[in-house]
Design a protein around this ligand. Structure first.
Ligand code: F6P
Length: 528
């Protein structure tokens, strides 16, 4: 990075790299490496950081004006420069009162809440037993995550089924056995022109018409969009179209009417508690000095790990079944926000920014890709996400879940030395020569960094706080890299090319293209 303060970061990196991580991790003060925030704590004692790194990163934060950028975010000023917009997702959680744009959003939120109540209590003229939520990307991943995380708080509300893929098999699968008479189709699309969503919206309408007839079909439609005309043209009535504010980006939008299906199915109390937890995290991020600001410190750590230390990926392991969609959600949040290389300093280019975020639900990964994490040649920063309420009341199983997470982290850091492996093999009665040959396969290098994010529980407040933590961490990391985390120009090219190739497969002149694409088009033409 072309920052004056970056030289100090590089020096701090060289100093840190001079000793093995398991030695660094014998901290004099463990508590200094447990970063607290509402409803959770981040234990970074096993991370590849030390005091020197963190103070160097504080200097980067100062040079990039992070405190000023945080102030601007919460003042509703333009922080999305390339689209000339503020970013107001945080305001949806309640802390934006007095900001005119936020006040307008609250008025709309009241209408959505009233609709949710009406839909849940049979006020639409039919009993809603299922909501068919159609959307993709930010209009899908947040609601999916939160539905899985909090659905056990829903008393007797409807079920939610999600359809995102343009492959009609997704729609067919989700509507199999569904009774149209008790289904509310909710299309969520900020633009209302995303091809996958448009295609599924059309399929849904056809499905309703085939089951209920033209007039009644429209009674089962609702939409969330910034393009009400398009939603109206699809068939939704005016009082069933809920706006999305342009200042709320898709991947930050679960708190808005994008979460309408959640509001209906979870009920107002759970929904309010979810927002409240997130609002607590907003206050922490807004008002806490950088030295003890947890999302900001995590962002500093991320930028250090993935840029100065060059660690290319982050593996998110959710040791809570209810958080199983967290890796998918974070992939969009972090990679669509910060997977960029244009520095906002004039002429600046960045060579290493957002990590490749991937992962799965623990403990499943342990029986699959953890082999690479423990003994492979590629380094990843591993993030264990667990809750102290693990096991949902089943103490023995909850204990097993936490023990597995802690054991993985411990093993990744400490590894197993060649001497320890040899001793173990000899102890099993293996002869010396065989043991020597076996040692390299048993040796675990260790020194693999990890973070443990520990939630107090999986309550709506804690889950809200967790998602808001990740949002703020992503924003702060963007600021540190000099990236605008709120635009996504990189996803546009593929959409344009897909439209051209659709026509080419249908028979249009494909034009000038690379030979491989031309061959694929002619191959597909044989079938379409
Ligand atoms: O193509 C990417 C994207 O624009 C995401 O940023 C967004 O979350 C998703 O598509 C869905 O967009 P929309 O809500 O407009 O359908």
């Amino acid at each position: 990075m072309t920052l004056a303060s970056w030289k100090t970061v590089e020096a701090a990196h060289a100093h840190l790299a001079a000793q093995p991580l398991h030695v660094t991790a014998r901290r004099t003060s463990v508590d200094a490496f447990v970063w607290k925030a509402p409803h959770l704590e981040a234990d970074v004692g096993k991370q590849f950081i030390d005091d020197g790194v963190m103070s160097a990163m504080q200097a980067v934060a100062t040079e990039r004006n992070l405190p000023e950028k945080i102030r601007a975010l919460f003042a509703g000023e333009v922080v999305n420069a390339s689209e000339n917009r503020p970013a107001l997702h945080w305001a949806l959680r309640g802390n934006g009162k007095g900001i005119p744009a936020a006040d307008a959003m609250y008025r709309e939120a009241e209408k959505a809440a009233a609709f949710a109540l009406k839909a849940a209590s049979g006020g639409l003229g039919f009993v809603v037993k299922t909501i068919l939520h159609i959307g993709i990307g930010g209009s899908d991943l947040g609601p999916r995550l939160i539905w899985d995380a909090l659905r056990n708080y829903a008393s007797a509300g409807p079920d939610i089924r999600f359809v995102a893929n343009v492959d009609p098999e997704d729609f067919a699968e989700q509507t199999a056995g569904l009774d149209a008479r008790t289904t509310l189709v909710l299309v969520v699309s900020k633009s209302f022109k995303t091809p996958e969503t448009a295609s599924n919206a059309a399929l849904a309408r056809e499905w309703l018409v085939s089951k209920l007839g033209e007039t009644e079909a429209n009674n089962h439609l609702a939409a969330v969009s910034s393009a009400p005309d398009k939603a109206r043209a699809w068939g939704a009535a005016d009082d069933r179209i809920f706006p999305m504010d342009e200042a709320v980006g898709g991947r930050y939008s679960v708190w808005s009417s994008v979460g309408l299906s959640l509001q209906i199915a979870l009920g107002a109390d759970v929904w309010t508690r979810f927002l409240k937890g997130a609002a607590e995290m907003d206050v922490h991020f807004r008002d806490t000095p950088l030295v003890s600001n947890t999302p900001a410190r995590l962002a500093m750590m991320d930028v250090f790990l993935h840029t100065a230390a060059g660690i290319p990926s982050r593996t998110v392991l959710a040791y809570a079944h209810r958080l199983r969609k967290l890796p998918d959600f974070l992939q969009q949040l972090e990679m669509e926000s910060n997977g960029k290389s244009a520095d906002d300093l004039p002429g600046g280019r960045l060579d290493q920014t957002a990590p490749i975020v991937w992962g799965s639900v623990g403990t499943l990964g342990q029986h699959s890709f953890h082999q690479l994490l423990h003994q492979g040649t590629r380094l990843s920063s591993i993030e264990f996400v667990a809750a102290l309420s693990a096991g949902a009341g089943d103490k023995a199983r909850g204990r097993a879940l936490l023990a597995n997470a802690f054991a993985q982290a411990e093993g990744l850091l400490g590894g197993r030395s060649a001497a320890a492996a040899e001793k173990e093999l000899l102890g099993r009665g293996m002869d010396a020569a065989k043991a020597k040959a076996q040692v390299p396969h048993m040796h675990m290098p260790g020194d693999r960094p990890s973070t443990t994010l520990l939630l107090d529980d999986l309550s709506p407040e804690s889950v809200g706080a967790l998602v808001a933590l990740y949002e703020h961490r992503t924003f702060a990391a963007g600021v540190l890299w000099g990236i605008n985390p709120f635009d996504q120009w990189g996803v546009e090219l593929g959409k344009v090319l897909a439209e051209q190739l659709d026509k080419a497969i249908a028979g249009d002149d494909p034009g000038q293209r690379d030979p491989s694409t031309l061959r694929l088009v002619s191959k597909a033409r044989e079938r379409f």
